[in-house]
Design a protein around this ligand. Structure first.
Ligand SMILES: [Zn+2]
Length: 509
């Protein structure tokens, strides 16, 4: 089922950066430490076809659609001190066991450890204090294995009450082959909270907990949808962009608090700045529903941001017509004060320097790429560490498709200038750990991956290609797809697909 995940081509890898967390000793990087995580046996349930998530409590009597069912409910009360770049978080996490197993421990992924940024003040499980320093940790996987005071049967809930402090890192503004720029942290004009709180990873029936080793490029986190309420205090006069929806604060909230919620979201993202201006552009989906696309950009970038918004709107309409509707009433573009772009659920960052060039080039290409991730990441998740081709190759082909249809005058630029002189090369189905550097990874997964999807698209035609992806989206909406979900559809539609030209591990016939 996971034919693409074997480390087929071990390569000379760069020395991993140290992943020392704030609490636990760092494991020494070993030559084999980069391999995809074999899940701890104690965390791996027996294969089952009957495990179904328990519906979360709903405030209304309306039954939840399957894609709205979540296992985790986060309540985060945040106090941000911009002068000291500290964030105090009181975090209540309620987890309802969606597995068919009785759990004795609960895995908790703690992404801020990657930046040495989190200091625990309290961790309680169902009211009982836990000595965090004594909890088994896998720092390379930014993972804690929380012992549960009582075994947790299927369908039962456990409550984690946490308090911690984040010391925000200054954002790196340069990247390198093995050390890309960051999103989490601050610059003099922007503060970004992404991957800033602990979460319970997805549980894959038959596989176990979906946790991978941290890595400096590519994405190693796979986030299940969860419910969030966030009460935010601090930097009261700053503009705040978020993928969550504003909601009235409870009566006991401080007067300046701002409150947000989301019911089935893969992540909760905040970007603040005293310098943002907001633009918006409303488009209508083919099903008639309106979507507000908003841009939060620095003041000198209104004009290119308007161009980006218009292309984001056209791309959203084009993808919605092809693959099925966008899943939210709002989509947020944030100008990232770092040389990097990144997608989240309902929000994406586009690097600031793209706003200073011809807007129909990188600004638009990256914008429509990140819009495509709203289907191939936000709507249909995947194991981004082991199978990055599943979302990145597809999002990149959506770019190419957009340029051919909507910006033909720039299609030739897209084929060459978009890639800064690099050519496609290498098997597309490696994990993020296997390519030996960012550019080799990009040439294979993004660029050659685009060539693969282009071949599929040309073979099947627009109708066949979009029908394949619409069915894939419908079958996996809200969940986490595995390669077989895509490969089986491609193989059925194109039995003679040239797998060997693109895949190190072609699907079994
Ligand atoms: Zn991407």
């Amino acid at each position: 089922m996971l034919a693409g995940c074997a480390p087929a081509r071990p390569t000379a890898l760069p020395t991993p950066v140290a992943f020392t967390p704030t609490l636990a000793p760092s494991p020494q990087a070993s030559p084999t430490a980069w391999q995809p995580l074999p899940l701890s046996p104690t965390w791996t349930a027996a294969p089952t076809a009957t495990a179904t998530p328990s519906p979360s409590p709903s405030p209304t009597a309306t039954p939840l659609r399957p894609d709205q069912v979540v296992s985790t409910r986060h309540r985060l009360r945040v106090t941000y001190d911009p002068a000291g770049q500290q964030v105090w978080v009181r975090h209540t996490l309620v987890y309802t066991n969606p597995t068919a197993e009785t759990l004795s421990t609960l895995p908790l992924v703690v992404p801020p450890w990657y930046y040495f940024a989190l200091t625990w003040e309290r961790l309680q499980v169902d009211g009982q204090p836990v000595d965090v320093a004594a909890v088994p940790a896998k720092p390379g996987h930014v993972l804690l294995e929380i012992p549960l005071p009582e075994p947790l049967p299927p369908g039962r809930a456990v409550t984690l009450d946490m308090a911690y402090r984040l010391t925000l890192p200054r954002l790196r503004v340069t990247g390198a082959e093995t050390n890309r720029p960051m999103v989490f942290g601050y610059t003099p004009r922007q503060t970004n909270l992404v991957d800033w709180y602990p979460f319970v990873p997805a549980y894959v029936p038959g596989e176990g907990w979906l946790v991978r080793r941290a890595w400096p490029y590519g994405e190693y986190l796979t986030r299940p949808r969860a419910a969030y309420t966030v009460q935010w205090q601090g930097a009261d006069t700053w503009a705040l962009a978020t993928n969550l929806d504003a909601t009235p604060c409870p009566d006991d909230a401080p007067p300046a608090a701002r409150c947000f919620q989301g019911s089935a979201v893969r992540d909760a993202v905040f970007s603040l700045s005293p310098y943002f201006v907001r633009l918006e552009h409303v488009v209508t989906q083919p099903d008639g529903s309106p979507v507000t696309i908003e841009a939060w950009v620095f003041a000198g970038h209104r004009a290119p941001a308007q161009v980006a918004l218009e292309h984001a709107g056209r791309a959203l309409q084009m993808y919605a017509a092809a693959f099925g509707p966008y899943h939210r009433p709002r989509l947020t573009l944030v100008e990232g004060d770092f040389p990097f772009s990144m997608e989240y659920d309902g929000l994406f960052f586009v690097r600031a320097s793209h706003f200073d060039l011809t807007p129909e080039k990188f600004l638009t290409a990256i914008t429509v790429h990140e819009v495509a991730h709203q289907w191939w990441y936000a709507q249909v998740g995947s194991d981004q560490a082991l199978h990055p081709w599943m979302d990145e190759a597809l999002a990149t082909h959506c770019e190419a498709w957009y340029y051919r249809r909507m910006l033909p005058d720039y299609a030739a630029w897209w084929e060459t200038g978009r890639w800064e002189g690099l050519t496609p090369a290498g098997p597309i189905d490696g994990s993020i750990y296997e390519y030996g550097g960012f550019f080799a990874y990009r040439r294979a997964v993004y660029h050659n991956g685009e060539r693969f999807w282009r071949a599929v698209h040309e073979q099947l035609g627009d109708d066949g290609w979009t029908a394949l992806l619409r069915a894939y989206r419908d079958a996996n909406l809200g969940g986490i797809a595995v390669p077989h979900d895509l490969l089986a559809r491609i193989a059925a539609a194109w039995p003679a697909a040239p797998w060997e030209a693109y895949f190190a591990s072609p699907p079994e016939p």
